[in-house]
Design a protein around this ligand. Structure first.
Ligand SMILES: NC(=O)c1ccc[n+]([C@@H]2O[C@H](COP(=O)([O-])OP(=O)(O)OC[C@H]3O[C@@H](n4cnc5c(N)ncnc54)[C@H](O)[C@@H]3O)[C@@H](O)[C@H]2O)c1
Length: 309
């Protein structure tokens, strides 16, 4: 299935970012549907594009091309009537997403794909009120979606293989690195990995083995340098599975295996220490440090993703 028209539902943080992602492909027109089109609807997308132009990741002409392929409307029927691929970026509320997909079905084409950008919810549950569940698929983008290449394409219980294939092809066509998640499980693939490390990181701090800044240094200057090149299982193949088994047999009994959120995390949240938004989380942050951290991340991502093909 050749996808030429993509409709993005919801013009919040992810909706705007995704419009920009899909419009990167010259053969795709993007419609963003929001309840009320704001006064300067292109402003958030233009801001991202200006950053990319400033870093020479795209040209001024490419920026104009992307903006020219995006339009905004508050009319749901006009937005979805002839769309090939519809992706929802509504708030993370199960019933809202279920009702949206149920209500969309009579408005859109029989063969339109319905994708959800849910962070954690079951795609099978989101599809529950649809009559054609085979067309519903999960597409978990990561923020900022125009910089992070990963998209987890998630197969729900009833998702058609053809829908999975078409979605994978679309993601590649807009320059993303899609991965196929064959089971509709909480956390899909990447969040399960991330949360396993998070749990151990917090346990290390709680046990007084190292402070938060040291935990981050250990990751940033150690395994974190390998992962973009090898991943974690290719790295194990490089090391040798016999050695891996000996190491795992010894260490696994010492690792955190709690099924509760971290006590430390709970205490900090109860105190109102929420991280950058309050200036204190695991560490204290000045406004300058917060600004520098956000800038460093964006500049790094632009640099390392420039040449990903
Ligand atoms: N923010 C992230 O880092 C991130 C990353 C990956 C996935 N997601 C997921 O993407 C989805 C959207 O997240 P976001 O951060 O863009 O949220 P957001 O709050 O920035 O945007 C939600 C948009 O939906 C609109 N909206 C709310 N209720 C609506 C309704 N009933 N009808 C029509 N429009 C409605 C809002 O006006 C807003 O424009 C969520 O499912 C979220 O879990 C978010």
């Amino acid at each position: 299935m050749q996808i030429r028209k993509v409709t993005v539902l919801g013009a919040g943080l992810m909706g705007n970012g995704l419009a920009q992602v899909f419009a990167k492909n010259e053969g795709i027109k993007v419609v963003v549907r929001s309840r009320k089109v704001r006064d300067e609807p292109y402003a958030p997308i233009e801001k991202n594009l200006d950053l990319l132009v400033g870093k020479k990741a795209i040209s001024e002409d490419e920026k104009e091309g992307i903006l020219g392929r995006i339009s905004f409307t508050d009319d749901m029927q006009a937005a979805v009537g002839d769309a090939d691929f519809i992706i929802e970026c509504f708030p993370e509320i199960l019933e809202t997403k279920q009702d949206l997909f149920r209500d969309l079905e009579p408005l859109c084409r029989q063969d339109a794909i319905l994708a959800t950008n849910t962070s954690v919810m079951s795609i099978t549950e989101i599809a529950a009120k649809c009559s054609n569940r085979g067309r519903v698929v999960g597409t978990h983008f990561w923020n900022p979606p125009y910089l992070i290449p990963l998209v987890e394409v998630v197969k729900a219980e009833d998702t058609d293989e053809a829908v999975m294939d078409a979605t994978m092809d679309l993601m590649r066509a807009v320059g993303k690195k899609p991965v196929r998640c064959q089971k509709d499980v909480p956390g899909f693939i990447a969040n399960r990995l991330q949360h396993a490390i998070w749990r151990e990181a917090l346990s290390i701090v709680e046990k007084g083995i190292a402070d938060p800044a040291t935990v981050d240094e250990a990751l940033r200057y150690g395994p974190g340098l390998r992962w973009p090149i090898l991943g974690i299982l290719e790295n194990a193949d490089m090391v040798g599975l016999d050695l891996s088994l000996n190491i795992q047999s010894y260490i696994v009994k010492y690792l955190e295996d709690s099924h509760e959120p971290s006590k430390l995390l709970r205490e900090l949240v109860e105190k109102g220490d929420l991280g950058f938004k309050t200036g204190k989380g695991y560490q204290s942050w000045t406004p300058e440090q917060i600004e520098a951290s956000n800038r460093r991340l964006r500049e790094y991502l632009i640099e390392v993703t420039k040449d990903i093909k």
